[in-house]
Design a binder for this molecule. Structure first.
Ligand SMILES: Cc1ncc(C[n+]2csc(CCOP(=O)(O)OP(=O)(O)O)c2C)c(N)n1
Ligand SMILES: [Mg+2]
Length: 319
């Protein structure tokens, strides 16, 4: 499949933006600057990027507790995200939501979600609304391997299949749900095989290969827009950090983590773009510098922003 040069470069920029944002959040969290909980997406950048590069601004996504990559890939602003993580009034939720509640309805981001599998039926609802309004919008529902074991998955995917809803389910199979390996909680090798039970197509793809993800989703999104119903896509990838920051990861075999680090999606894509003449090493370095500056400014913006005032506590709590 041919992908325009500009699109490829935009995808690279997005992957670098996610990586830099996440590694900086990890550092800021370790330094005690970020309250609450954060779940880092490093290692999985090719999934969010390859998926969202297919979406229009008015398409919807539902995200997870590990949502920063999805939000950035759908166009979320890193300064507003960083301010939210810092608990500042200038953040996406005016500093009262934190990592797991960031949303931007203008960009079709229907929210990160602290409930595992919580996005599945929100995605179905958004897809039903798009279908009833005849807008040709598509919905992507990101979920983890662990979430695919929840009852909401069965109910939500089955209903979307029966109603031909324009939704694409993207399982990010990073091998673990907290500290539990997926092989201990599922007997199928490919989680996407579960699609058979709902009578919808399935695709299993290398989640560290951004163009492979892009192509798989391209097909699934066009099916959704044509009224042909949902697709279940499984992206096989790996979570580099702990489940949450501070998790010592004693349950992961060292060789496993090392093998996956060799499959780092960011340098692999850079190498491919240089070898195929899409950009040069110098272009790649310029992108890294631009993103490094952006993230530095995001941290500065967050630090210089005020905390919400106590009297704002009950504002925006109910819609
Ligand atoms: C309904 C529900 N059950 C349990 C939890 C606790 N919990 C938070 S994340 C998580 C694991 C999720 O694993 P997975 O879906 O594979 O996503 P990943 O963290 O690997 O991205 C669990 C069990 C929760 N937040 N919500
Ligand atoms: Mg997982």
């Amino acid at each position: 499949m041919h992908i325009e040069k500009e699109k490829l470069i935009e995808m690279y920029r997005t992957m670098v933006r996610i990586r830099e944002f996440e590694e900086r959040v990890s550092k800021e969290f370790a330094a005690g600057n970020i309250p609450g909980f954060v779940h880092i997406y490093t290692g999985e950048e090719a999934v969010a990027t390859g998926v969202c590069a297919n979406l229009r601004k008015d398409d919807y996504i539902t995200s997870t507790h590990r949502g920063h990559g999805h939000l950035i890939a759908k166009g979320g602003r890193t300064d507003l995200m960083m301010a939210e993580l810092y608990g500042r009034r200038t953040g996406y939720c005016r500093g009262k939501g934190g990592s797991m509640h960031i949303a931007d309805t203008e960009l079709g981001i229907l929210g990160a979600n602290g409930i595992v599998g919580g996005g599945i039926n929100i995605a179905g609802g958004a897809a039903l609304s798009a279908q009833m309004r005849g807008t040709n919008q598509a919905v992507v529902c990101f979920l983890g391997d662990g979430a695919s074991n929840r009852g909401t998955f069965h109910e939500g995917v089955n209903m979307a299949a029966c109603w031909n809803l324009p939704v694409v389910y993207v399982i990010e199979n990073n091998l673990y749900a907290e500290k539990t390996r997926i092989t201990d909680t599922a007997r199928v090798t490919n989680l996407a095989d579960r699609a058979t039970a709902y009578g919808i197509p399935d695709v299993t793809v290398d989640g560290n290969d951004v163009t492979a993800v892009y192509e798989a989703i391209h097909e699934a999104i066009s099916r959704a827009r044509q009224g042909k119903g949902p697709t279940l896509v499984e992206c096989k990838t790996y979570r580099w950090h702990g489940h949450f920051e501070g998790d010592r990861q004693t349950y992961k075999p060292k060789e496993e983590a090392e093998a996956w680090k060799k499959k780092d999606p960011v340098p692999a894509f850079r190498k491919k773009l240089i070898e195929t003449g899409v950009f040069t090493q110098a272009d790649a370095e310029r992108i890294h510098q631009m993103i490094a500056d952006e993230i530095e400014n995001a941290v500065k913006f967050a630090r210089e922003s005020p905390l919400p005032a106590p009297e704002e506590t009950l504002e925006d709590v109910y819609a």
